[in-house]
Design a protein around this ligand. Structure first.
Ligand code: GYE
Length: 351
């Protein structure tokens, strides 16, 4: 499709030159269309005034968290004109229906690639079918979609959220140990602040944690509720948990921002948290502000989730442009960071 579009554009350009010449007008330097229909789709002609930009439409979830802001920045800094791209982003404000509309708009605009960070997993088949019909490759980043038809997307790059859930169990056990609490013996009462319900990050982290937590029959999950990945809602949910459960030992916050809300709620309730506090907090993402919260002694540990997908998607697009195969599914490697090491590691963090 892409090659076809470019060949058509080249033919059109040549036709226009002849038309102009036929009209007896002074011929300007031809407006180059880059490859002039050849298979080498990347390089514009040396004398071309304007590069042959690759048009990328990015459908973003929203601006709900530090992670998301870092993700947006990574995309914006990667898909620049200087790098050969025309880039447009839609902030869907955490609404899947806004994302579906944005995809339809990008199809209308005939973008070369659609990059989708799906808000929730379900309900993509129809609209991605429309993108496929239009010949526009869809690259999925961050969260995943549920579909029985793998041909609806070209590639996906993101995190193994279930693994992150497993890691959070190990992280909580270790954080307790570091406080002198034996995680295998004492009763540990836990509450979870869940992310956006139905999003891969929520599903994977909740399921992974629940599954691995079975290794500790002495741990009890008192309650789980969604804080929609925002600090504000995380704080609200934590406030209500603190009212309902007087003996919370640990909080699992499915992202750092909800942990920040939980810290506010805990302090407002006259309780303490962090490595020296009564309540142990485990969160996900490991954004810079989480390191600050660990250094401040409020947060025990954060399980990393890497948002820097811009360069990864660029590499996928470049391979596709060159006709090379790409991995259908690519997971990003991630670590776990504890408060005790936060001050040392913080300067090395990119987000
Ligand atoms: O953990 C959270 C963000 O999907 C991995 O979304 C992403 C999650 C991330 O709002 O902070």
């Amino acid at each position: 499709m892409k090659a076809f579009k470019r060949i058509a554009a080249a033919i059109l350009a040549i036709t226009m030159i002849f038309a102009l010449a036929a009209c007896g007008q002074k011929s300007e330097p031809a407006p180059q269309q880059g490859d002039q229909g050849s298979q080498q789709t990347q390089q514009p002609a040396a004398d071309s005034g304007k590069k042959d930009l690759i048009y990328v439409g990015f459908v973003q979830v929203g601006a709900e968290s530090d992670w998301r802001m870092a993700n947006t920045k990574s995309m914006q800094e990667t898909f620049t004109e200087a790098n050969g791209f025309k880039f447009e982003m839609v902030d869907a404000q955490q609404k899947t229906e806004n994302q579906i509309k944005a995809i339809r708009d990008f199809i209308q605009k005939e973008v070369d690639y659609i990059v989708l960070a799906p808000n929730t997993e379900a309900g993509w088949d129809t609209v991605l079918g429309e993108a496929k019909e239009a010949g526009i490759p869809v690259i999925i980043v961050d969260r995943m979609i549920q579909t029985n038809d793998d041909s609806l997307f070209t590639a996906w790059v993101g995190s193994n959220f279930k693994q992150e859930g497993y890691d959070a169990v190990d992280a909580l056990a270790e954080a307790l140990r570091r406080k002198g609490i034996d995680p295998t013996k004492e009763e540990i009462n836990i509450v979870t602040l869940q992310g956006t319900m139905g999003s891969s990050a929520q599903i994977g982290r909740t399921e992974g944690f629940a599954e691995k937590m079975k290794e500790y029959p002495n741990w009890k999950m008192l309650d789980k509720q969604s804080g929609d990945f925002t600090q504000e809602k995380g704080q609200e949910v934590m406030e209500s948990f603190l009212k309902s459960y007087p003996d919370i030992d640990a909080v699992v916050a499915e992202n750092d921002n909800m942990a920040f809300g939980a810290i506010n709620a805990i302090k407002a309730a006259g309780k303490t948290c962090g490595p020296k506090g009564e309540i142990t907090i485990v969160s996900f993402d490991a954004v810079k502000a989480a390191f600050e919260a660990m250094i401040a002694g409020d947060l025990d540990v954060s399980v990393e989730c890497n948002p820097l997908h811009g360069p990864r998607v660029k590499e996928i697009i470049e391979k596709l442009e060159a006709g090379q195969p790409v991995d259908k599914i690519a997971y990003v490697k991630e670590g776990v960071f504890f408060a005790a090491e936060a001050a040392e590691i913080m300067p090395t963090r990119a987000y």
